[in-house]
Each structure stands twice: as structure tokens, then as C-alpha cells.
Design a protein around this ligand. Structure first.
Ligand code: CP
Ligand code: NVA
Length: 308
């Protein structure tokens, strides 16, 4: 069976742990794993902008002995009517895996439905599951594990990062608290799914509006931009309602003394996070960014092995 990674909960708790174990091994022995030797090619396609995802997949596929094909879809036929189903079928004849950053989840689902190789979600409007593997790897490095740790995400609780923290955090046995203003709350269906997962892993899920309540005693405080890609002209006030959710010294004062601060980047310094929080002693954001590389190498290796 072909294994795709479209949502965080496409990996069971045991599989997520295995991918993170492998990522840690790949980080210590960076050039010692060559599952894509041949080389096998991997297509990495972007409907939206990227720095980290683009470069970390490109470098990671090369380090696995493979050949990365990083393509902006504007130069393909994606935008002028070639169906995603046909693109999935055609690409499967050339490459060992397809990595796609796109808008709606229906788009990546259509590729996956017709592809005969693994398809990986490199961010959609609803999820950012590759980022979560990097975040969880960072939490493991700093705390020795994920289970039982409190993770507070504050800010736009309706975006892809919030949804992925719910699912990936619950899968990792974490106590996930998501806080955002009214009108920017997570999809209840995803919250329900996360609750179900948490019930099996010993984790928990809470959706709140009070940022201090979310951050109180937290081991991990995470945030993200208040304006995700594609929302620049959605007509909503994406500053005023979020001001109480800024990650700054005052908010971090409620957290555990050893709290780490995460941000998937790019950051809008002075909006969702201050320079002091991003550059300060609690920040783990650059380890987090580096861990995209190791986590994605492990993920690709796992999916290809499972699909063989
Ligand atoms: N965090 C993240 O996905 O960054 P990019 O948008 O630069 O890929
Ligand atoms: N929520 C952000 C994440 C960027 C990595 C966005 O979708 O733009």
C-alpha cells in the first residue's frame, strides 16, 4: 500500500515516534543514509512561496543520495487546466515521491488519489505536518521526550499550524493548548479528532481564548504569523484581535521556567513575537528550522520503505 503523509495523523503514535527516532539518528550521522541512491528522484512542487521547506527538501533529498526536482508550479500546466489527477499520474512515472505545497486540501488529496508513489504535504491551508515533525524533534532534544509536556500555541488558532499542533501534539502524547481570539478558533472537527487521539496517547487538548491561561506552566510556547499565505487581502483585521496573543516577555512569564519558544518562521517580528522572545535564551527556533531537514529525510525514508 502506498503511504502518503497528508495530515499529521497519517502517522500512528508508534510511527511518528519511529520517524522521530530515525530523524535523530540521521542528524548525528548526516551523510550516512542513502535510501535514494540510484539516484531516485523526488518532485517538490510549490503553489505558494517558501524558503525553509524548499531548501530543506532540496538538500535533504540530495543527502539521501537522490535527485531533487524543485519546481514552482506557475511554470507548469497546473494553473492552466491540467488536472491534478493527471499530474499525479504522470509524475508517478518519473519520481519516487511527490512533495507538494498548495492551497486547499482537496488539491493534495486529488494528487494522492491518483499518484502511485508517496505524496507529502509540504503545507496546505489546513495543515503543516512536516513542520510538526521538526517541532517534535526539537521538543525531544530539549526535554528528552514529548509525552506529558504542555504545548501552548497562541495566535491565529484557525490556521494550518494550529490544526497541525492539535493532531501532531496529541499523537505525541502532549497536553496541547490552543488559544486564539473569537473568530480565529480551530476547526471543531479537527479538535474532535485530536481529542480522540489524545485519549489513546495520554495527551489532552484544550481550546481557549485566554493566552495567559494557555501559557501557564507550559514547557513549549509556539506561535505563527497572524496572516498566512493567501490571507493578505481577506478583508479581516489581522492585527487588533491578536495583540493580546503576542509572544513576549510578559506572556512568557506565565510559562515553565525552562520553557522553549517555537516559531515555524518566517516571523513578523514585532507582531506575533518580539525580538526579545525570538532571539532570547528560551528560543529554539533555529534548531527547529534546522530540524526540518532531518525530520523530512526520515519521513521520506519511512514512507518509501512502507510503500515498497
Ligand atoms: N516554516 C516554513 O514552512 O517555512 P517556509 O514557508 O519558508 O518553507
Ligand atoms: N501559517 C503560515 C505558515 C508559514 C510557514 C502560512 O500558511 O503562511
Amino acid at each position: 500500500m502506498i503511504r502518503h503523509f497528508l495530515r499529521d495523523d497519517d502517522l500512528t503514535p508508534a510511527e511518528q515516534a519511529a520517524v522521530l527516532d530515525l530523524a535523530a539518528r540521521m542528524k548525528t550521522d548526516r551523510y550516512g543514509h542513502q535510501p535514494l541512491a540510484g539516484p531516485k528522484s523526488v518532485a517538490v512542487l510549490f503553489d505558494k512561496q517558501s524558503l525553509r521547506t524548499r531548501i530543506s527538501f532540496d538538500v535533504g533529498i540530495a543527502e539521501l543520495g537522490g535527485h531533487p526536482l524543485v519546481v514552482d508550479t506557475q511554470v507548469t500546466h497546473f494553473g492552466r487546466g491540467e488536472t491534478l489527477a493527471d499530474a499525479g499520474r504522470v509524475l508517478s512515472r518519473y519520481v519516487a515521491a511527490i512533495v507538494l505545497r498548495t492551497h486547499g486540501d482537496d488539491r493534495i488529496a486529488e494528487v494522492a488519489e491518483h499518484a502511485t508513489v508517496p505524496v507529502v504535504n509540504a503545507l496546505t491551508d489546513t495543515y503543516h505536518p512536516c513542520q510538526m515533525l521538526a517541532d517534535l524533534l526539537t521538543v525531544r532534544e530539549r526535554f528528552g521526550g514529548t509525552a506529558g509536556r504542555i504545548l501552548a500555541y497562541v495566535g491565529d488558532a484557525a490556521n494550518n499550524m494550529a490544526h497541525s499542533y492539535l493532531l501532531a501534539g496529541a499523537t505525541a502524547g502532549m497536553h496541547v493548548r490552543i488559544a486564539g481570539p473569537a473568530g480565529f478558533q480551530p476547526d471543531p472537527e479537527i479538535v474532535a479528532r485530536a481529542e480522540k487521539i489524545a485519549a489513546t496517547t495520554g495527551g489532552s487538548v484544550q481550546v481557549l481564548t485566554d493566552p495567559a491561561e494557555a501559557v501557564r506552566g507550559a514547557h513549549v510556547v509556539a506561535t505563527d504569523t497572524w496572516t498566512s499565505m493567501g490571507q493578505e487581502s481577506d478583508g479581516l483585521d489581522r492585527i487588533t484581535p491578536f495583540l493580546p496573543y503576542q509572544v513576549n516577555a510578559a506572556l512568557l512569564g506565565y510559562a515553565d521556567a525552562d520553557v522553549i519558544v517555537l516559531h515555524c518562521l518566517p516571523a513578523h517580528r514585532g507582531e506575533e513575537i518580539t525580538d526579545e522572545a525570538l532571539d532570547g535564551p528560551h528560543s529554539a527556533v533555529f534548531d527547529q528550522a534546522e530540524n526540518r531537514l532531518h525530520a523530512q529525510k526520515a519521513l521520506l525514508t519511512f514512507l518509501l520503505e512502507e510503500s515498497a
